[in-house]
Design a protein around this ligand. Structure first.
Ligand code: ADP
Ligand code: ADP
Length: 233
């Protein structure tokens, strides 16, 4: 049973010139899958993530998430859907500089009016799993990039979403921190059955995934499965 179905999705940006950023794209993502999306700059990767994350709507075609069609939800329902189902990880970490690591992590729950007990229990468990316990009281400018991305991953997981959307999560990290972050995402994917979709330019990052989907000019180009013995290019 797929968690996500992208059916014949086209996105056209209207402006001085109209631009077809995605053209009749169709694919499915299985529950528990760790998928990489690769493609040259301008191929439509950000557009695709913006559509899956419901920040933007397709011009035509359908996106179905666990039998829900986010296109049909009103803005209150959409905000609820996003908070319940999705966690975001960005290239620039997007941590709030004036908050401590701990405050950054629990922020999504604060906004959700969760009880202090739930917050503390989830924070403790994630801090242990992601090895954050020794810098929970620091601020983002006092920790390394790799640590910051682990904090961002904890923030994405704190409300226990069914899917993580990661946009170039290793784009600003050195190779050691990148590996650490990728091993962590991979572990989370295996242990928690959180489905992960990661946009990346980094072939090393893609090598951690179950499947790599290549898009070019907004269209499906090729895909590779981890267990494929023969790959064709
Ligand atoms: P990628 O993330 O693969 O670099 P994008 O999804 O950002 O690609 O962009 C795909 C194409 O759509 C590009 O040609 C880009 O310039 C264009 N595009 C993206 N967002 C907009 C927008 N808001 N308005 C007009 N064109 C856009
Ligand atoms: P990245 O490749 O790092 O994801 P992009 O350059 O593709 O960054 O796009 C960053 C943001 O700018 C996208 O979310 C997209 O909506 C917007 N954008 C990209 N191209 C255009 C464009 N031609 N016109 C307006 N907005 C654009």
């Amino acid at each position: 049973m797929p968690i996500l179905q992208i059916e014949d999705v086209t996105k056209v940006y209207e402006g001085k010139v109209t631009h077809r950023a995605l053209n009749q794209l169709t694919f499915e993502v299985e529950k528990g899958e760790f998928l990489a999306v690769m493609g040259p700059s301008g191929s439509g990767k950000s557009t695709l993530l913006n559509l899956i994350s419901t920040i933007d709507r397709p011009t035509s075609g359908e996106i179905i998430f666990n039998d829900i069609k986010p296109q049909n939800l009103n803005s209150t329902e959409l905000a609820f859907f996003r908070r319940r189902e999705l966690g975001f990880v960005f290239q620039d970490f997007n941590l709030l500089p004036m908050l401590t690591v701990e405050e950054n992590i629990v922020l999504p729950l604060t906004l959700d009016n969760q009880t202090v007990e739930v917050m503390e229990q989830r924070l403790a468990s994630l801090a242990k799993k992601l090895d954050l316990t020794h810098f929970l009281q620091k601020r983002p400018n006092e920790i390394s990039g790799g640590q910051a991305q682990r904090v961002a991953i904890a923030r994405a997981l704190i409300h226990e979403p069914s899917m993580i959307l990661a946009d170039e999560p290793t784009g600003n990290l050195d190779s050691n921190s990148s590996r650490e972050v990728l091993e962590l995402l991979s572990k989370i994917n295996r242990e928690r059955q959180a489905t992960i979709i990661m946009v990346t330019h980094d072939p090393i990052a893609a090598s951690f995934c179950d499947r790599v989907l290549f898009i070019k000019d907004g269209e499906f180009f090729n895909e590779i499965h981890r267990d494929d013995r023969r790959q064709t290019f």
